[in-house]
Design a protein around this ligand. Structure first.
Ligand code: BGC
Length: 813
């Protein structure tokens, strides 16, 4: 894109007095920056991110595309897929009026216990950086700013606002900063988010790492946006390369920064530089008069749901297959589909990444759509989701309009109606100005088309709730937090209250909800109304599921996590699947040897039965078209294209599995550069599935590695790849480096390059680029290369490297 007219920006800054300049540096509200008409600046809207563009509200009436979780994108290993992902989000952002997307999340999978693991790409800095750079380029090609986050070392959630991560310089540069470097130096991100945590002392919104390497060595000319509520000081943060405080309108700068400038504690030139960056961002996204609309790549012809479906398949990883898959839809017999997540799939992660998609396809629906209802029979098998889940939108009717959905009415303390909304979904969140002034409670009415039988119905919310069912009050109680939850708990960890009802047809429901702790006026109303699954006899449920599997030709068990164990705001305490899912898989596998397991989690879980089943497919949080992608892959319409972006542990107790739990407020990254597969190799431990592993539906061999001459970029390795099977497939040829007899402490081997190849049966020549950086280590303030003989290991995972090639490095390069 054309460079921004810096002279114009200079003249605009001169026109603003100090108060006006400072006002621009704090959000106008939760999701936007202030307008300044005197210089032709309109407000800019920032939106989460990173796997959809939510916009300024959680309102399902303006739905958002929900792409597969970042872990699925990481598993594609494919920069072209990442570019497509970013580009689809850019189109979404423009459709939704967002100028800045708060993504990609590019913290590393340092520990599989990280609760927000699903939101970032990989344990490896090179893989993360390459994919993130492509995502940023795709997004910004639409004239929308990317905001890679959270700079830096925000790799766990425990004590996330205060933890001090102690990371040595070399490790910071070679891993955690390395993931951010290409999004700045190569993709030219227009914004970047500083993290909540501290690194080596100072909290990140006032940390010297914002200056070096970010705005110094890397030359970042964009805007450093704070994480929400992360700026807690005036002077220290203003004197750092922290440029915008979010959210607003109240923040730590406000009038205090004006005084700090007047007292000489902060230079006015420092404020001017922040304003310059803000105006530069505005010019780039088309929010500044007089600089013209940004040139934007033509919108792709493809639609978002297609991108979601194809990328979910491309990111799914087939980690085991005894020859069972793919199934042939034409000849396949009856299919038992089992597991709570088969019907109630997790298609996105919890927390700020959450968006409201128009529709979601579950694996059960995806398989039924292709195979027909007669061949596909379903049984829950084991409960996974906990607490109240929103009513299925297809089964609720608005009693006022008679159309689908429900009516929500804000009332004052006397019961007078202040505002009514006709909503489509039963999970409702209003914030700030979305709530009418004087509101005392919200009343939600709907007719639930209940299946005949016994149910638990109610709400998840913090505050006072009454629920009338068919004219009878069945609940009059308080939803209360325990106090151990993190901020945002009223939205994402709300307690559930339910009552038992027996239905024999549709039932009219009225829920009245008054949020607690908001006597001074409502700032947040978050309530989900629906049903809670309760399995009376888990053993009997498993027996029934196994019986169904036994009567069917094949069985699919969809296992997974729930939002109580895998979400933003907390880490996991165990990697085990929740509930009775392990027992379910074992019982089903015993009843039917043709059992395939689909894993629906955002990050690694333990699969202790993995060698007892015919196939295991990791589907991650697969986005809104997850179920279609699962059907595509199981039935061979699409290749399971993914490779593990992160090591999957066998027990979670291995030494190689790092802890993210601080001691006395400090988390030491004592493992240094040995993170992920590097650590597994160092300890000589065998995980369940290694980094880079993944099977397709064909077979491959690799021969004849030759290293080409050095170029300014690095060195190329050429290999002969043969698809020895009968169908076209996808392979990821991976190159790892090692160095024997080094003077420097090094990982056993580390990822140095890769190539994604789609190839028909036969032989192809594949070139794997290996950059000079792969040979470098950080030595103090510079990068150094050790001369001598290096070894490249080529293959299909970090531990499956049938080919080797030596590379000579003559001198510092
Ligand atoms: C998260 C960010 C997010 C922001 C706004 C924070 O709590 O850490 O990733 O972008 O909220 O929702």
């Amino acid at each position: 894109m054309a460079p921004v007219d810096e002279d114009l920006i200079t003249t605009l800054i001169v026109r603003l007095d100090l108060e006006r300049k400072v006002r621009l540096l704090t959000g106008a509200d939760f999701w936007s920056t202030p307008a300044e008409p005197s210089v032709g600046l309109r407000r800019m809207v920032l939106s989460d991110g990173p796997s959809g563009v939510r916009g300024e509200s959680f309102d399902e009436r303006t739905p958002s595309l929900s792409l597969p979780s970042s872990t699925a994108l990481g598993a594609t290993w494919d920069p072209a897929a990442a570019r497509r992902y970013g580009s689809a989000l850019g189109a979404e952002a423009r459709r939704r009026g967002a100028d800045v997307v708060l993504g990609p999340t590019i913290n590393l999978h340092r520990s599989p216990f990280g609760g927000r693991h699903f939101e970032s790409l990989s344990e490896d800095p090179l893989l993360t950086g390459e994919l993130a750079a492509a995502y940023v380029a795709g997004l910004q090609s639409r004239g929308v700013a990317a905001t890679p986050k959270h700079y830096v070392a925000n790799d766990a959630e425990t004590e996330r606002f205060t933890v001090d991560n102690r990371v040595d310089e070399r490790t910071l540069h070679e891993l955690y900063l390395a993931a951010f470097e290409p999004v700045v130096t190569r993709a030219g991100a227009w914004a970047l988010m500083s993290a909540y945590n501290a690194v080596n002392g100072p909290t990140m919104s006032e940390n010297p790492l914002l200056a070096e390497p970010l705005t110094g060595e890397w030359g970042f000319d964009g805007l450093v946006v704070s994480d929400w509520g992360a700026v807690r000081t005036t002077e220290a943060s203003a004197n750092a390369e922290q440029h915008l405080v979010m959210p607003g309108p109240v923040g730590a700068w406000g009038g205090r920064l004006v005084a700090a400038v007047r007292d000489g504690r902060v230079a006015e030139a420092t404020v001017d530089d922040k304003v310059r960056r803000l105006l530069r961002l505005a010019a780039r996204v088309g929010a500044l008069d007089g600089v013209g609309a940004p040139p934007v790549a033509a919108p792709a012809a493809e639609d978002g749901p297609t991108v979601a479906r194809e990328l979910a398949a491309a990111g799914s990883v087939l980690v085991r297959n005894t020859g069972e898959l793919p199934w042939d839809a034409a000849t396949l017999g009856t299919v038992a589909v089992l597991g709570h997540n088969a019907e109630l799939a997790r298609t996105q992660g919890g927390g700020s990444a959450t968006v409201r998609p128009a529709a979601v396809v579950s694996p059960l629906e995806g398989l039924r759509a292709v195979l027909g209802g007669d061949r596909v029979r379903y049984r829950l098998g084991a409960q996974v989701a906990e607490g109240v889940q929103p009513f299925d939108p297809g089964r609720i009717t608005n009693p006022v309009t008679g159309g689908p959905g429900l009516r929500a009415v804000f009332r004052d303390a006397d019961g007078a109606e202040l505002r009514a909304e006709d909503r489509l979904g039963a999970s409702l969140i209003w914030m700030g100005s979305e709530i009418p002034e004087g509101a005392d409670h919200v009343e939600i009415s709907l007719r639930w088309d209940a299946p005949a039988g016994e149910h638990r119905i109610g709400a998840a919310a913090v505050g006072h709730l009454t629920l009338d069912a068919g004219g009878t009050t069945v609940l009059d109680t308080e939803g209360v937090l325990t106090g151990d939850e993190g901020p945002g708990a009223a939205i994402f960890e709300a307690p559930s209250v339910t009552a038992g009802v027996t239905t024999d047809g549709p039932v009219d429901l009225v829920l009245r909800f008054r949020p607690s702790g908001q006597e001074a006026g409502m700032a947040l109303v978050a309530v989900t109304v629906g049903t809670e699954t309760a399995v009376a006899d888990p053993d009997a449920e498993i027996t029934a599921a196994a019986a169904l599997a036994g009567e069917s030709d094949v069985a699919v068990v969809v296992v997974g996590t729930n939002d109580r164990i895998e979400s933003e705001g907390f880490d996991r305490s165990t990697l085990a699947l929740p509930g009775h899912q392990d027992a379910l898989v074992r019982a089903v596998a015993a009843a039917n040897p043709r059992t395939v397991v689909v894993v629906n989690s955002g990050s690694p879980v333990l699969l202790p039965w993995r060698d007892e089943v015919a196939a295991v497919l990791l589907g991650w949080f697969g986005g809104e078209r997850f179920g279609e992608a699962v059907a595509d892959v199981l039935l061979g319409a699409a290749e399971p294209g993914g490779r593990l972006p992160t090591t999957w542990p066998a027990t979670g107790e291995e030494r190689s599995v790092l802890s993210g739990v601080p001691a006395d407020g400090v988390l030491r990254y004592d493992e240094g550069v040995h993170v992920g597969h590097r650590n597994w190799l160092r300890h000589g431990e065998t995980p369940a599935y290694p980094f880079g592993h993944g099977l397709g539906y064909t077979t491959w061999t690799l021969d004849d590695a030759t290293t080409g001459p050095w170029s300014p970029d690095g060195v190329e390795v050429t290999v002969t790849l043969t698809n020895t099977g009968t169908r076209t497939g996808r392979q990821v040829v991976q190159a790892y480096l090692s160095r024997r007899g080094s003077d420097v402490e090094r990982p056993a081997r580390w990822l140095a390059g890769w190539a994604v190849v789609d190839a028909a049966p036969g032989t192809t020549t594949v070139t794997v680029p290996v950059s000079r950086r792969a040979f470098r280590h950080r030595a103090g303030a510079t990068w150094a290369t050790e001369p001598g003989t290096w070894t490249l290991h080529l293959g299909f995972s970090v531990t499956d490297t049938p080919l080797q090639a030596d590379v000579e490095v003559a001198a510092q390069g």
